[in-house]
Unconditional design. Sequence first.
Length: 223
Amino acid sequence: MVEKIAPNAPVLVIGLGRFGAATAGQLDRLGREVLAVDMDNELVQKWSERVTHAVQSDARSIEALRQIGAQDFSIAVVATASDIEASVLITANLVDLRIPQIWAKAISQTHGKILSRIGAHHVIYPEAEAGVRVAHLVSGRMLDFIQFDDDFAIVKMYPPRAIRGLALSESGVRSKYGVTIVGVKSPGKDFTYATADTVVSNHDLVIVSGHSGDLERFAALQS
């Protein structure tokens, strides 16, 4: 049975490089209690006033982790990835401490496979994911791009000319192009959920979901 974790559970973040610091900082802004850990005292001092707690410790040692109370956390993020050996050892320590939810950063598929096999519950590839996102954005057709599993994505974009001035039921977006318009934002207004009667204008932004290839073809219609 999977242990239910409270939505406001404190988070242990190990590694205060760019990825770890960004994660810890955003969690703090979301009101989550954070214990940030790094071997570099300068980084610890820098972040000591920006998160709930920041401590200098060597997470490669399971005893050091026990001393800072790592075993009391339900969620841990291993943000140290450049040193693969350290990343694997830290993740293994967290598994041994029976942390219910471990997120670990990987720098390659091989690295990620090792992390998964030793017990990481979620493996993150931030550089690869950023690269995929940028590749879709540089075409200039999309304003934002988020990809999920199985090549499914959600994008923000201006509507192609082919569907402007028509109700979505008339333009046949889903049947013709294989994508779904989820939301529409008109100038000066908030995003609203799209319905069959929604009419998209020249100045609107739309949120569209579908498979990446279909979204690319849909976005190309405006050119």
